[in-house]
Ligand binder design. Sequence first.
Ligand SMILES: [Fe+2]
Ligand SMILES: [Fe+2]
Length: 360
Amino acid sequence: MPSTDTTAAPAATTAHAPARNLLDPGFELTLRPMRYPHFYERYRDAIKNTWTVEEVDLHSDVSDLAKLSAGEQHMISRLVAFFATGDSIVANNLVLTLYKHINSPEARLYLSRQLFEEAVHVQFYLTLLDTYLPDHDERVEAFAAVENIPSIREKAQFCFRWMAALEGADGAEGAERIDQLESASDRRRFLLNLICFAACIEGLFFYGAFAYVYWFRSRGLLHGLATGTNWVFRDESMHMAFAFDVVDTVRAEEPELFDDALEQEVTSMLEEAVEAELQFARDLCGEGLPGMNTESMRAYLEAVADQRLLRLGFPARYGSSNPFSFMELQNVQELTNFFERRPSAYQVAVEGSVSFDDDF
Ligand SMILES: [Fe+2]
Ligand SMILES: [Fe+2]
């Protein structure tokens, strides 16, 4: 006799119910119909932006390094020590957190591509360190910077703390990791992790590092480093743009997550990132070098932080303006070289993506 129980839902809707929102738990597999075509377009754009470490010629850097003053050499050694681990930290978070919780196969395609790009960045900085630091012990020390150099350790600790944001009970030690973003509080923690990595790490720590590189470049030095950095810079701009797209999508789907408390937390997170990067700047600049010192770096970082807040739909915090004109000039110049050199390999339309505001 057929069952008359009408309370049981059909199996098809319980076992394979499609997710309604991007942060709903699960592993969506269906690409047609495509829920988020803009993520797929970002994946396709990233594929067109492929470069390899072997294309970067570091030969002239070695003779440039010998010409640097003691202060400049100190700056470079700190910079490469930061580069030694920065992208690995980002890659780990991508796998442990972002890939898991952004529930869209088209977004996961992008994240897979981003993971590859982070691997290329890690390889680039590995090659850079091998070239810049021929001494074995110096090299080992640079790779241990997250433990041994206070200004780098502080930045790494900041990253690790926000990686732990997905651990239960406010990230308390030993607490279980949040496996599924069930509650509004879980989702806000996820958003803080995502925003931290995009706005503070890729979007501020790395942008700080890029400024030192372009400062050298503006004086005709370290051409190889500047070339690789420009390609990394482009990739990082795209990683950030994708992450902000995810934020926009979540905001459209679940606007109630974006309350005053979230705005407050994001603003103080950026303040903390600016302070950590400034401590790094004090370490790098010492008493200051012509055209590069802690105060100008402060204005630059504050201007960058304001850009991130505005992009996230929050008010600016500092009202500072960027004092580093070489950021704009170097970027545009390198992009021109890039297009001239590789007209077929690089096909992304440039409108909007080379303007200072966008890439900055
Ligand atoms: Fe990277
Ligand atoms: Fe990145």
